[in-house]
Design a binder for this molecule. Structure first.
Ligand SMILES: [Zn+2]
Length: 119
């Protein structure tokens, strides 16, 4: 289980590094000071593990000094009965009609929100 989790974070770190390198290229070079990453609460991403993976992936590269910052994003749920959209996995019922059936609209994403680039 632990190994799987780390594999997951490693692939997330790889994908983030690719996006950042592309941004740098489009920007005409420079250095990424920090990157803000939003993590859906259902994304099963361990932040420490992601930071660690990111360091490994980017060792001795231009991204080595990039600082990762994280933002928690609550899951978005939609009620089956009344279609009301609400946030947060800790809820057990729709706040409008008390229906206990709802489906997940979002909450698993790992998204690069903001990047600070220094020339
Ligand atoms: Zn409802």
């Amino acid at each position: 289980m632990r190994t799987q989790a780390e594999m997951h974070e490693l692939s997330v770190a790889n994908s983030l590094a690719e996006q950042l390198l592309k941004l740098l290229k489009d920007n005409g070079g420079g250095r990424v000071v920090s990157a803000l990453i939003s993590i859906g609460e259902l994304g099963c991403v361990n932040r420490d593990s992601l930071k660690f993976s990111f360091e490994i992936v980017n060792k001795d590269t231009v991204l080595e000094t990039c600082r990762l910052e994280f933002l928690n994003v609550p899951a978005k749920l939609k009620c089956h009965s009344c279609c009301f959209v609400f946030e947060g996995m800790q809820r057990e019922k729709c706040p409008v009609c008390d229906c206990e059936n709802f489906f997940v609209i979002s909450g698993k994403e790992v998204v690069l929100e903001r990047v600070e680039i220094e020339k």
